[in-house]
Design a protein around this ligand. Structure first.
Ligand code: MOS
Length: 710
């Protein structure tokens, strides 16, 4: 490893603007608004996996101390907006809407009491009877029931399954188990009706405006009568992309008891309430000429969905795009099982697909006896293979080089099982990733106040990546202000509209609006005189000289139409060195580096932190994370953090994030592309490939637990 390879071209950047509030406990999350008259909700889940609910025994619970209500299908008032649109089994789950049980743990009752403890006790007294039917929860046992979702079809470029004609080919199957985007902060909703037709809701969400619209639709309210507040979100990874049934249930409960309610999901509830990365079976066929040129790629995937919604994700899409290859066939199906609906979890589809594709590329590199980086360089796509368009920017070659140099790739042997270190088998692996570079529409207000503080306002939530910090950084450069002169207001539906935080698009989208608003504001000051040229203008003095209380602009920024001429993607490559104990089969990641071509890095500290988080998520995918279902009962076995293993500090090695840091000329004024998803896409394959390099054992079902190696 070369310690000198840092990030010479990237400035250190601001500290997290909300870091102090977070570490001192002053940042308030959705479960922490202890408003007047607050009552407490606890959910009761179904103990069967499929069937019809015939009765819920609520009397004991209702008679328990402090209990205000027990809502079930049999007594709950109707949610007004639930009439008319698509109900289950062909639409989103609705609590207390019908008597059908679609999965184990599906909420069948909600207890409201004057304290949390009393609600929890009363919930333990609720029992139910069911007419059970035969459930299906096993993906591999149901692959034959896979169907093409939503009128989709197979995607064929060139010859169908053209890989089969190549002189060198590999064909392999891979399984990625269900993983949960289970963040530290439990999902929570605090709901208060301020009038019959007016509600304030503090809820964990990635989309403030989407939540506002969804609550308004459910309760048939004008959107302006729904106030959604979420200034801090403690991680989400896709789990808060939707307005979930429990949020509607909390609002309904508050209506019933005529008091504000708080519903905090238990850690167990989280596993069945807020989605997951779906278990997926994949098959890859790769064919190449003896000199390592890809002749064909075939990628087939079957993922699981619930019995009431067709959840799909782009598992096979990147296989059409990642490499220059004339014959590419991709097929994608889903299987309905008695499980809750998945959600787009970080790198949704891409992370699953890249695990298989990048594993298969590694297998091909051994079949050809060509270095895995060299194999990728021989098939490097200089234009988008699907559309033929030029890239808006692509510096993946630079990323390969940076990462290989950092990890010390030249020390790797192409012969598996030949490296030893500290009594362990040592090996190196790599895997690459891609994700679309997006930008949509956002509105930002930039206001200079009389005391020279710049206030930036928009509705977006910051789920952890450091959106506010990126906004402050962009504003600071334009306005010539230090970070302590910039105040960020986020996470409130009364602020100017912004899209849902997701899809690696928010720095691009909201950052552009900050850029435009600050430039306009600066122009306004220029027109007043005195602010245009100077490096650090005294805005407070200019306002005072002109007898102004404040100066503000509100600007809406939209995507650049020029982008339609280009294929816009972010790229990443991950390098992993593992040490495998030959006696125990325990895999220890020794070193990890992820390198991104994500355009210009706006905010170095938060971007690096987010990148390392993505690497760790990928290490979890490869080594420890798996939701286990006992298929006899259809019940989750490990719906807690003691048995579902996310990597902890001791699992994480020396870990670095590097950035090519060359601006994209078209996507947005900052030259930034997204990096949230690419931080995870490709990591799991890099780990599996390193394990193979170390041991000669190819594990094709994640996670690589020790039993699979000894
Ligand atoms: Mo996401 S999967 O961009 O929350």
């Amino acid at each position: 490893m070369n310690e000198k390879i840092k990030n010479p071209s990237v400035p250190a950047g601001f500290d997290r603007v909300d870091g102090r509030l977070k570490v001192t406990g002053r940042a308030k999350y959705s479960a922490e608004y202890n408003i007047k008259g607050l009552t407490y909700c606890v959910m009761v889940g179904s103990t069967v996996t499929k069937g019809t609910l015939t009765a819920v025994e609520t009397k004991k619970a209702e008679n328990a101390p402090g209990v205000l209500a027990v809502l079930t299908y049999f007594n709950a008032p109707k949610v007004p907006g639930y009439q008319g649109d698509t109900p289950p089994p062909k639409g989103p789950l609705r609590l207390f809407y019908n008597d059908q049980i679609y999965f184990n743990g599906q909420p069948i009752a909600l207890v409201v009491a004057d304290t949390f403890e009393r609600a929890l006790f009363a919930a333990s007294l609720v029992t139910a009877t069911y007419e059970k039917s035969l459930h299906q929860t096993n993906l591999e046992a149901n692959l034959a029931n896979g169907f093409l979702p939503n009128n989709s079809k197979d995607n064929i470029r060139g010859q169908e399954d053209g890989y089969k004609a190549a002189p060198i080919k590999i064909e392999q199957e891979y399984i990625l188990p269900t993983e949960v985007p289970n963040p530290m902060e439990l999902h929570a909703t605090t709901a208060r009706w301020d009038a019959d037709d007016k509600i304030t809701i503090w809820t964990k969400t990635q989309g403030i405006k989407a939540t506002q619209r969804n609550i308004a639709t459910a309760f048939k309210l004008p959107p302006d009568n729904v106030h959604v507040i979420a200034p801090f979100v403690g991680g989400a990874f896709g789990s808060a992309l939707r307005t979930w049934p429990h949020e509607i249930a909390a609002a309904l409960a508050a209506k019933v008891v005529k008091q504000p309610v708080k519903l905090v999901l238990s850690r167990g509830d989280m596993f069945t309430s807020v989605g997951y990365r779906p278990r997926t079976w994949q098959k890859i066929g790769l064919g190449a000429s003896a000199d390592g040129k890809l002749v064909g790629i075939s990628h087939e995937a079957i993922g699981q969905t619930s019995a009431y919604e067709n959840f799909t994700e782009g598992v096979v899409g990147s296989s059409q795009l990642m490499y220059a290859c004339p014959n590419v066939t991709t097929r994608y199906k889903i299987v309905s099982l008695n499980v809750n609906t998945p959600t787009p979890m970080r790198g949704p589809g891409e992370a699953t697909g890249a695990y298989a594709l990048e594993s298969a590329m590694d297998e091909l590199s051994y079949a050809l006896n060509i270095d895995p980086i060299e194999l990728r360089l021989r098939n490097y796509a200089d234009t988008d293979p699907a559309s033929g368009k030029p890239y808006s920017s692509k510096y993946l070659r630079d990323a390969y080089k940076l990462g290989a140099d950092w990890i010390g790739w030249s020390a790797r042997s192409q012969k598996p099982g030949s490296g030893t270190e500290k009594g362990c088998l040592a090996g190196y692996g790599m895997g690459a990733g891609m994700f679309g570079a997006y930008r949509s529409t956002a509105t930002v207000t930039a206001r200079m106040t009389a005391d020279g503080i710049l206030v930036l306002q928009t509705a977006v939530t910051d789920i952890g990546p450091g959106t506010g910090t990126a906004m402050a950084t962009i504003a600071s450069e334009i306005m010539g202000l230090p970070e302590n002169k910039i105040k960020i207001d986020l996470g409130d539906s009364s602020l100017p509209p912004s899209p849902t935080q997701g899809g690696s698009s928010i720095t691009s989208t909201v950052g552009s609006a900050v850029n435009d608003a600050c430039k306009e504001l600066k122009d306004k000051f220029s027109q007043l005189g005195g602010a245009g040229q100077a490096d650090k203008p005294d805005y407070a003095k200019i306002l005072k000289d002109h007898n102004l209380e404040q100066l503000e602009v509100t600007t809406t920024s939209k995507s650049n139409p020029e982008m339609s001429k280009y294929a816009g993607y972010s790229w990443s490559v991950h390098f992993i060195k593992v040490l495998v104990n030959p006696a125990t089969g325990v895999v220890k990641v020794d070193k990890a580096v992820s390198v991104a071509d994500c355009g210009h890095v706006v905010s170095h500290k938060t971007t690096r932190s987010q990148m390392i988080g993505g690497t760790i998520m990928g290490i979890g995918m490869a080594l420890t994370e798996e939701v286990v279902i006992d298929h006899r009962y259809g019940r989750l076995v490990n719906n807690n953090f003691a048995d579902y293993h996310v990597p902890v500090q001791a699992d994480i090695p020396q870990c670095e994030a590097l950035f090519v840091n060359k601006p994209d000329p078209y996507l947005n004024p900052m030259g930034a592309k997204g990096m949230a998803e690419i931080a995870t896409v490709g990591v799991a394959a890099a780990v599996a490939n390193a394990v193979y390099n170390a041991t000669g054992k190819r594990v094709r079902e994640m996670p690589i637990t020790p039993d699979k190696l000894v």
